[in-house]
Write a protein that binds this ligand. Structure first.
Ligand code: SAH
Length: 270
């Protein structure tokens, strides 16, 4: 579990919000993404980071219930059997939810300033993106992305929002290369602040989808021309106001999920 990029403070803040935000149900307050296979009676030794989180930050004790998911086997109830500070063990009990199909929706986003990139990763996970792909454009200011840190944010958000998967983080790449290798079966909804695109809500086709959002400085004219030449790319608009890139990413994911995604499914499949 790549937790190293996330500070203890962040974990603590996340842990607290997890406690306070959770509605009054008897669901366990702890939920973790683990790489291991999940099956009844499995015995799991957590890594150092997750052990620290459970034992020190959340002060879990032997006997406490924890929900687990790995993106493949659904969600499982487990019980802490050993709560040592750097070596927590869990016994897997029974499955609470089967693995279910999720929308195939990618978010391609130009890296932003660090905190905003983290925000986009967190919100992409909450809003049900299946993959996050950092894409370098002409006006992208950030020179690199910290993949480990982003993966940790994706996992953390997936744990809190009760998803059964963690979005896939794709290898950061320049826009030209991404477009050159594109699968034409996937429609690329390109958020075009020039206003030339159709309103997003009426322009979402069925099938495989991706959303592309530009950096703080927007897209360069050459990039717009390049996208216009791609038959799989569709320019779309988010209305009359110029949104910050992180707002545009969040708004677009929400619109697509409402119009063609899984927003008709109630929380927890109730
Ligand atoms: N600096 C640019 C704006 C960039 S906004 C300018 O002044 O024109 C950052 C990104 O958010 C854009 O590249 C685009 O992908 C998206 N975006 C912001 N507002 C939008 C809108 N109204 N419609 C579509 N995309 C928008």
């Amino acid at each position: 579990m790549p937790r190293a990029g996330v500070s203890g403070k962040f974990r603590q803040i996340a842990g607290l919000s997890l406690c306070y935000d959770r509605p009054m149900t008897d669901r366990p307050r702890l939920r973790l993404f683990v790489p291991a296979d999940l099956a009844a009676d499995a015995d799991l030794a957590l890594g150092k980071e997750q052990s620290h989180y459970l034992a020190n930050v959340m002060r879990a004790k032997a006997g406490e219930a924890v929900l687990l998911f790995n993106g493949r086997d659904g969600e499982w109830l487990a019980e802490v059997t050993q709560a040592a500070k750097s070596a927590v063990r869990l016994a897997v009990r029974h499955r609470t939810r089967p693995q279910a199909a999720e929308p195939d929706l990618w978010l391609l986003a130009a890296p932003l300033k660090k905190d905003n990139t983290d925000l986009v990763a967190e919100k992409a996970a909450e809003l049900g993106a299946s993959a996050l792909w950092p894409v370098f454009t002409r006006r992208t200011v950030a020179a690199r992305v910290n993949a480990e840190r982003l993966r940790a944010h994706l996992a953390e958000a997936a744990e809190q929002c009760e998803r059964l998967t963690v979005p896939d983080l794709k290898e950061p790449a320049p826009l030209e290369r991404v477009l050159a290798g594109w699968d034409p079966a996937r429609t690329l909804l390109f958020l075009d602040e020039s206003g030339r695109g159709a309103p997003l809500a009426g322009a979402v086709p069925a099938g495989l989808l991706a959303i592309l959002v530009g950096p703080e400085g927007g897209f360069a004219p050459e990039e717009r021309a390049l996208l216009a030449a791609c038959p799989f790319a569709r320019p779309v608009s988010l209305g009359p106001r110029i949104l910050r890139a992180e707002t545009a990413a969040i708004a677009a994911l929400a619109v697509v999920q409402a119009v063609a995604g899984d927003w008709r499914t109630p929380p927890r499949g109730a």
